[in-house]
Design a protein around this ligand. Structure first.
Ligand code: IPD
Ligand code: CA
Ligand code: CA
Length: 263
């Protein structure tokens, strides 16, 4: 599988940050039992990973802009290109010693996603996609699942929690999907949820109140694996609306319909 020059740079940045996170994750498991707990340590690990990615990418593409979860927006000289980065997606998992988290790096070109890398350093799974060239897990080409009936499907989601919004309306959606799907998973890392859709592991996914860095790389992966991704109205204002529905053509449509069923 031939990768473009920029994709190679994004992959190297994700590997470097991922290796640092994997080392810190080992330490988190020791800190679980300490009185202070690992929270401060995790926030340092998160920032360290972001700095690694930023340094690598800025060195290679000094004129590009950045949208970083920890450091915010950096306007580049080149207004056509922007990296969108979540250095650690699945922080709550990481903090609790649950080995399900990832580095997510997306590249936007003229406001469309052009390249994506999601790397889980624990399973050593590297998801990559470039617009028009397909999606890959390590070097294997990905395709979204072919299931057509919700009753055969496992659907991923994100459950709002303490400090979050829309608990009541989420319960209505959950009840609707519960009644029709084979299973529901809340895995705790939205970037990996989308990568799992691309890999055909999850058949569908929906979540609200996500940030661009949670979704940027993942949505390109899903599209390049033949899937559909929209906001909840069926439109493409995914970053602005902060919500997402993803799946193959049939399951995306089924989710759109089922989520909206009245109480
Ligand atoms: C979170 C994860 C989680 C989703 C949250 C996100 P973080 O990102 O993607 O699955 O439900 O809404 O904020 O904080 O771990 O980078
Ligand atoms: Ca995130
Ligand atoms: Ca994060």
């Amino acid at each position: 599988m031939a990768r473009s020059a920029i994709m190679n740079i994004m992959v190297q940045a994700a590997f470097k940050a991922g290796r640092a996170l994997a080392r810190d994750f080992g330490e988190v498991q020791n800190l679980q039992v300490s009185m202070k707990g690992p929270a401060d340590y995790v926030s340092q690990a998160d920032k360290k990973a972001e700095n690694i990615i930023r340094r690598e990418l800025q060195y290679a593409r000094p004129s590009y802009g950045f949208l970083l979860e920890e450091s915010g927006e950096i306007i580049g000289e080149d207004k056509q290109h922007r990296f969108i980065i979540d250095p650690l997606d699945g922080t709550t998992n990481f903090l609790h010693g649950i080995p399900h988290f990832a580095v997510s790096i997306g590249l936007e070109s003229q406001e469309r996603m052009a390249a994506a890398v999601i790397y889980n350093p624990i399973t050593d799974e590297l998801y990559t996609a470039e617009r028009g060239s397909g999606a890959f897990l390590n070097d294997r080409r990905l395709r979204v699942s072919a299931r057509r009936r919700l009753e055969d499907c496992v659907i991923g989601t994100g459950i709002p929690h303490f400090g979050g919004k829309n608990h009541g309306s989420y319960l209505v959606e959950l009840r609707n999907i519960m009644a029709e799907a084979a299973g529901i998973r809340r895995m705790g890392a939205a970037a990996l949820d989308l990568a799992y859709i691309a890999a055909g592991r999850l058949d569908g996914f929906w979540e609200e109140n996500l940030k661009p860095w949670d979704m940027a790389a993942g949505l390109l992966l899903v599209r390049e694996a033949g899937g559909f991704v929209t906001d909840k109205t069926g439109g493409q204002e995914i970053f602005a609306c902060k919500n997402i529905i993803a799946g193959n053509e049939y399951i995306h449509a089924a989710l759109m319909k089922t989520l909206k069923k009245p109480v």
